[in-house]
Design a protein around this ligand. Structure first.
Ligand SMILES: [Zn+2]
Ligand SMILES: [Zn+2]
Length: 136
């Protein structure tokens, strides 16, 4: 592993392992619940504090849902989503459309880039059908 992961405490490593074990992104509360089931009796506040530290280390990414919930996943998992604004159905994009995008160097020189987010919103087929029916 790289130097970033060396400095992790046992609990931070536990959280990172758990995020890697989850096939999907998880909220802080879901993560907290899983951690309780598996072994650790970490408090919810502690989980959030460690998530924040891991994010600052560039190991964990997060994205905010329209409902206000925050979902976390490992930073090396470069997934993006297409979400229905009506029912909330989410599709994971097969690849990252902006993986190799170049940002203007003059603007990023004072930043260490950690992660990016990119989201698409729309209406899924069944919600569109429902709208059509309601209109007529
Ligand atoms: Zn929908
Ligand atoms: Zn991406």
């Amino acid at each position: 592993m790289n130097e970033k992961t060396e400095a992790l405490t046992k609990k931070q490593q536990q959280i990172l392992d758990e995020l890697n074990n989850c096939a999907h992104e998880v909220s802080g509360q879901q993560l907290h619940r899983t951690l309780i089931e598996t072994s650790s009796n970490m408090g919810l506040t502690t989980v959030y504090r460690h998530l924040r530290t891991l994010q600052l280390k560039g190991l964990v990414r997060c994205r905010n849902l329209p409902k206000g919930e925050t979902l976390y996943s490992p930073v090396n998992r470069d997934h993006h989503h297409l979400t229905c604004v009506d029912c909330g159905q989410t599709v994971v994009l097969k690849s990252c459309p902006i993986k190799n995008i170049e940002l203007p160097k003059t603007q990023t020189k004072n930043f260490e880039l950690l992660f990016h987010t990119l989201e698409f919103f729309g209406l899924c087929n069944s919600c569109r059908q429902r709208q059509k029916v309601a209109e007529t």
